[in-house]
Design a protein around this ligand. Structure first.
Ligand SMILES: C[S@@+](CC[C@H](N)C(=O)[O-])C[C@H]1O[C@@H](n2cnc3c(N)ncnc32)[C@H](O)[C@@H]1O
Length: 209
């Protein structure tokens, strides 16, 4: 599993390498642009909303929302990713923090209209993801939404089929969620929907009602 230093090393080359995988329509980034566009279009209902991005990286998505007039708060543990994103979004509150430890003190009493995360939470185990998503749901304003785009599958069978096709390059350190399992684990407290975007990606939407 990449730690913050691994992401620091990847930062300068991140956008280019993602594009190559995306353009070839291959695991791991097949559908990347569509995932980001889907979240962008969902989130841009009203200008000036508060938005939290978990693992914003070089800020490819957050930057578009920043330019659209959102108040941006972000969490990432890679200093180099933060430096790149900060240049694009000088007025955003970008916090250097490891979200495996939960939420930073600074934002625990904040409220957000949208909490977004793309290609980041697969660094948590499924159990940690559930706990983390529940803690994020507490930060939502009324009618707020959590939008999580990631390498993910509708069922475990689909995940295993993809793993089988890409076994040479499959990253065994990353833990991809399946929609049916995560929805099942969250449905006592939240309402969840999932949309499949590519053969290895989709977007999970979580609300409190
Ligand atoms: C694959 S990149 C995705 C970046 C961006 N969201 C995107 O869609 O292009 C994953 C990002 O999550 C951050 N990240 C991964 N695990 C993290 C953790 N435990 N705490 C904070 N940031 C983390 C990395 O530093 C990196 O910037």
């Amino acid at each position: 599993m990449l730690n913050n230093q691994g992401f620091d090393l990847w930062a300068n080359d991140y956008d280019r390498t993602v594009n190559i995988s995306e353009e070839n329509n291959e695991y791991p980034f097949a559908g990347y642009k569509d995932v980001l566009n889907y979240i962008y279009n969902q989130a841009k209902e009203q200008i000036g909303s508060n938005i939290l991005d978990i693992g914003f990286g070089t800020g490819i998505l957050t930057n578009q929302l920043y330019n659209y007039g959102y108040n941006i708060t972000g969490i990432d543990f890679s200093s180099n990713m933060i430096d790149i994103a900060k240049k694009k979004m000088p007025d955003a509150l970008l916090i250097n923090w490891d979200f495996a430890k939960g939420l930073p003190e600074k934002i625990r009493s904040c409220k957000f209209d949208y909490i977004i995360s793309t290609y980041a939470i697969h660094h948590l185990t499924d159990e940690e993801k559930i706990k983390f998503i529940k803690s994020l749901a507490n930060l939502l304003n009324t009618n707020g939404k959590i939008l999580i785009g990631d390498i993910s599958f509708e069922t475990r069978k689909e995940l295993e089929e993809c793993n089988n096709i890409y076994k040479e390059i499959w990253d065994n350190d990353e833990i991809y969620f399946t929609a049916d399992e995560i929805k099942n684990a969250l449905n006592d407290t939240c309402y969840c929907t999932y949309i499949k975007i590519s053969h290895c990606a989709g977007v999970l939407t979580v609300t409190n009602n």
